[in-house]
Design a binder for this molecule. Structure first.
Ligand SMILES: [Zn+2]
Length: 202
């Protein structure tokens, strides 16, 4: 035993047999979830004496992240990166979203770290928020979230959506002459005037 302990200063001895060394190897790992299967590439440690498979150090964390990512993919949920991208786009803090979605403390944090997938209900709500900055503002207000940066980001997102909608409408109207626009909008039409009106309404 003392020999092994001396040897163990530089290598991890197998906890199962106490004889072999754990070698790092990559292998496919099968994730079965809701009747579907995904194969993920796993980094793990295999004993060169007895063949015992184990996950050591940050292999554990990477394995858990990869399994959770596969489950998210099977369930069609937003990835942890997509959740983070949504949150940072609106300059929201993790605690802001926990208040807005009435989840427990640290819930959003865990979702964003990736090891715990969000529920399908939460996923739907986040998609709705991502597409509707006005709903973000409403939930911020209801949860009494005070975050001036987020409020500015929400206004900017609304303005960008409006600009995109106007561009879309212009595209739909096609390449028309000034005379045609005057016929459509009346004699008072000046280029760009309808864009400014829409921005005031926003
Ligand atoms: Zn072993």
């Amino acid at each position: 035993m003392s020999e092994h302990q001396q040897d163990a200063t530089s290598v991890d001895l197998c906890i199962a047999c106490g004889e072999g060394e754990q070698r790092t190897c990559r292998a496919e790992y099968r994730v079965d979830h809701n009747g579907q299967t995904r194969l993920i590439e796993d980094e793990r440690s295999v004993c060169d004496h007895c063949g015992q498979i184990s996950y050591v150090g940050d292999q554990i964390s990477r394995h858990e992240l990869a399994v959770a990512a596969a489950i998210r993919e099977i369930d069609g949920l937003l990835s942890a990166d997509e959740l983070r991208a949504f949150r940072t786009r609106y300059c929201l803090k993790q605690t802001d979203l926990e208040a807005m979605l009435s989840t427990g403390p640290k819930t959003w944090t865990r979702w964003e770290r990736g090891k715990v997938p969000q529920s399908k209900t939460a996923d739907k709500l986040v998609r709705l928020l991502a597409a509707n900055p006005g709903v973000v503002r409403k939930l911020m207000s209801e949860a009494k979230v005070s975050n001036p940066e987020a409020e500015a980001a929400v206004s900017k997102a609304e303005s960008e959506m409006l600009t995109a909608a106007v561009a879309e409408a212009e595209k739909a109207l096609g390449d028309r002459s000034a005379n045609e626009f005057q016929n459509i909008f009346g004699q008072g039409f000046k280029a760009g005037s309808e864009v400014r009106i829409l921005e005031r309404v926003a």
